[in-house]
Design a protein around this ligand. Structure first.
Ligand code: ADP
Ligand code: MG
Ligand code: MG
Length: 521
């Protein structure tokens, strides 16, 4: 299957007048509908916003592969619930070399280990996002390959919903994009997509399961977050559609505000604006922070994290669920029989698909595994030694990843060998018997997105577009509320981020990607 038989030539051509009109309509739509980011430096409270980076047209995406990615999400939701409930597995994978060479993961794992026997809340909430790129394999044609699975602070649900709505609007307002392509004239090619609604509903499910109608939801946020409107939409949706109030705080504010009732373990937040009111009880803690070392500038933030973790509130995510989303876990899952054990093992808890194998089959295992590409440990196992040889002899085929989130941390292609040498240099000072620095990384085969697709990308705050060779990353959101058994397991919509092909990474907030929507072909 070659690209040209699957994906149309893109974008169809526009006259300069049509192009200017689309720039005008998209920018006014974005500003009117809160499809926005804060400008790079913003006062507090903010006084202005800019349109989020966008694509002028939706980007063609094969319908069958889109449906496949969406249909896999309940399986992934169940898989990550089972991983999170398997303490031995988390100890083996995250408590080993990784926790010794990676300070951040080490703190997270040791912190969790120190309090996990005292946890009082059996339920955990995951708002996940499984990310994929199209892969153009020589033999098998175009398929989807998973980039990573996010279990903490998976963002852009709200802005993604707005991007799809904007492309539908542009089409309606311009007679199907001036009838420049039959693909754009057919409304059924624009998929229904409501991650904002579904993610808020997921948080509301956590609130309901907690069972106190007076309780609030706490958003733990970063200072100066530019992607704040994506979070505000979730707050508005919770308040307006579910009548659930949200309170936002940074870690440092919580270090002085948060209190735990020693008997009930309720998490309580005083109301500084109305000191006469009793403190508010927190039902769900939703982290849009706490995933990167800079979120923990001192030990005070780690103490706050542990305090919140031991409260009765439902954590989204718990520390264990955050550990499950590590790239090291993704790599170990790809080792022989590990996935079979998680999905088909009789000792696995019922998280929505029955106990053990339940209704799951080898076919389900195979369907998931088909979305994976080569992953290798960087340790001294046989596989690790092979990985080292691959990384140094053919680096152009690989990306080296540390256990980090939030973009901008990976080492690509030709940069890998010298980077590994630097790590080895640092190891010269290590204590005998301690693991090597490289063991905190995984090696991943590069996914090769199909060539030939282009789109018109508009940077935030600019009124012109750039015609770029593009790569689009599809994210599928999932909601999972689970304890000993699954309470909620849902697919929650999708995100398409599109970047210029010349760039390896793809962060929207760091200005590289545009928020896009798929045009199913
Ligand atoms: P993060 O958790 O920081 O988002 P990712 O694993 O998603 O880390 O990597 C960041 C970006 O790097 C991805 O969005 C994608 O653009 C690119 N990338 C990561 N892995 C691969 C891969 N195997 N092949 C091609 N590109 C990749
Ligand atoms: Mg990530
Ligand atoms: Mg990512």
């Amino acid at each position: 299957m070659s690209v040209s038989t699957t994906l149309p030539d893109w974008p169809p051509s526009l006259t300069p007048e049509q192009h200017s009109h689309l720039i005008l309509l998209s920018s006014t739509y974005a500003l009117t509908h809160g499809f926005t980011l804060l400008p790079p430096s913003s006062s507090q409270p903010p006084t202005s916003a800019i349109a989020a980076p966008l694509s002028l047209l939706p980007t063609p995406f094969p319908r069958g592969l889109y449906d496949l990615a969406v249909s896999l999400q309940p399986l992934y939701n169940a898989l990550y619930a089972r991983i999170t409930l398997d303490w031995d597995f988390l100890d083996r994978v995250m408590g080993g070399s990784v926790s010794k060479v990676d300070t951040f993961q080490g703190e997270l794992w040791r912190g969790w280990k120190s309090i996990r026997e005292d946890l009082v809340q059996p339920l955990q909430l995951g708002l996940f996002r499984s990310d994929y790129l199209l892969h153009d394999g020589e033999k098998e044609g175009i398929s989807i390959k998973q980039v990573e699975f996010n279990t903490i602070a998976a963002s852009f649900g709200a802005l993604s919903q707005r991007a799809g709505e904007m492309h539908k609007y542009l089409s309606k307002a311009t007679n199907g994009y001036f009838s420049i392509s039959p693909h754009l004239s057919n409304p059924s090619n624009f998929p229904a997509n409501e991650p904002l609604k579904n993610l808020a509903a997921g948080l509301a499910e956590g609130w309901k399961a907690y069972g106190n109608k007076d309780a609030v939801i706490l958003f733990v946020v970063q200072d100066g977050e530019r992607n704040v409107f994506d979070q505000k939409w979730l707050e508005f949706e919770l308040l307006e559609s579910h009548s659930i109030p949200v309170i936002r705080h940074t870690f440092s504010e919580l270090s002085t505000l948060a209190q735990i009732d020693p008997t009930t373990k309720n998490l309580l937040l005083p109301s500084p604006l109305q000191p006469s009111l009793p403190a508010r009880e927190v039902s769900v803690i939703y982290y849009r922070s706490a995933y990167t070392p800079t979120d923990y500038p001192s030990s005070a933030e780690w103490s706050t994290r542990l305090l919140l973790e031991t409260s009765k509130a439902i954590k989204c995510p718990s520390m264990a669920l955050q550990l499950s989303g590590a790239k090291k876990i993704q790599q170990v899952l790809s080792e022989p029989e590990v996935l079979e054990d998680f999905l088909l093992g009789d000792h696995r808890p019922d998280v929505g698909f029955g106990k053990g194998a339940g209704s799951l089959t080898q076919e389900d295992v195979d369907r998931l595994r088909l979305t994976w590409i080569g992953l290798y440990p960087m340790d001294n196992s046989e596989l690790g030694k092979k990985a080292y040889t691959l990384a140094t002899s053919q680096p152009e085929k690989y990306v080296l990843k540390p256990q980090r989130e939030g973009g901008g941390n990976n080492i690509y292609r030709e940069n890998i060998p010298s980077y590994l040498e630097e790590l080895a240099e640092e190891d010269k000072h290590k204590i005998e018997g301690e693991p090597e620095k490289k063991e905190g990384y995984i090696l991943m085969e590069l996914i090769e997105p199909p060539k030939g697709l282009r789109n018109l990308l508009v940077k935030g705050g600019e009124n012109k577009s750039r015609l770029a060779d593009i790569v689009s990353e599809l994210g599928v959101y999932g909601v999972s509320l689970f304890g000993g058994k699954q309470v909620v397991n849902q697919t929650a919509g999708t995100l398409l981020r599109t970047k210029g092909r010349e760039s390896d990474e793809g962060g929207v907030a760091i200005g590289i990607s545009s928020i896009d929507s798929p045009l199913l072909v």
